[in-house]
Design a protein around this ligand. Sequence first.
Ligand code: PGA
Length: 249
Amino acid sequence: MRKLIVGNWKMNGLTSDLDEIAAIAKLSATFASVDSGLCLPATLIAQAVWKSPGFSIGGQDCHMSDSGAHTGCISASMLSDAGAVMTIIGHSERRGDQHESDFDIRGKAEAARRAGLKVILCVGESADQREAGVAELAVLAQLDGSLPDDCNGDWLSIAYEPIWAIGTGRIPTMEEVAAIHLAIRNDLARRFGDAGQGIHILYGGSMNGDNAADLLAVPNVDGGLIGGASLTAAKFEPILVAAAASAAE
Ligand code: PGA
């Protein structure tokens, strides 16, 4: 499977960063064996698409309705209209800060699909759950509650992001990553058959140039969702290098 490397800019980025986004797009285009993109604040999507045509730009959330009386919210069709081709759904920062439930996330994923967007659906355990030995159970329960009924059409990816690894510089052991990714793969295959085998399962949480090669070599790690290390071309480059090297193996 081709590796998919997606940056998540979170609540970072002003128009003064459009040149950096263009630099990341230009850099990414030099890695022909790797699929890549950036999920940006909604305010930057249209300008980024205009400045870097052909580079995959995405959003970080969408509403579960296509339009209506939802002040401050953004629909999937608005993202698509701005030029986005994908969106993150169910990031743990939204599950936490905005109290999004699995039910909400499933509705948002379906709305994004209706608008023709690819979806990166995030799951991941808390530090307490990891500590208590129920990380796998927690992740499978999130999948159970938030996965749409069918995934035909190559629109869905899953991102496994242990909450305690996000922005902390701490990552699970490669064995722990392998175990969760295998559990997710088995769950997807059980639900969706062959289509489930083809769904990208990304790892996210403090992935950077130093650990990307090891993480991307773990079975069923089909790419990465990268926060801090996606904010500059200089930090993003070694991750793309690692992904291209693993594609060449
Ligand atoms: P991080 O964020 O790479 O800064 O840990 C990853 C994410 O939250 O998607």
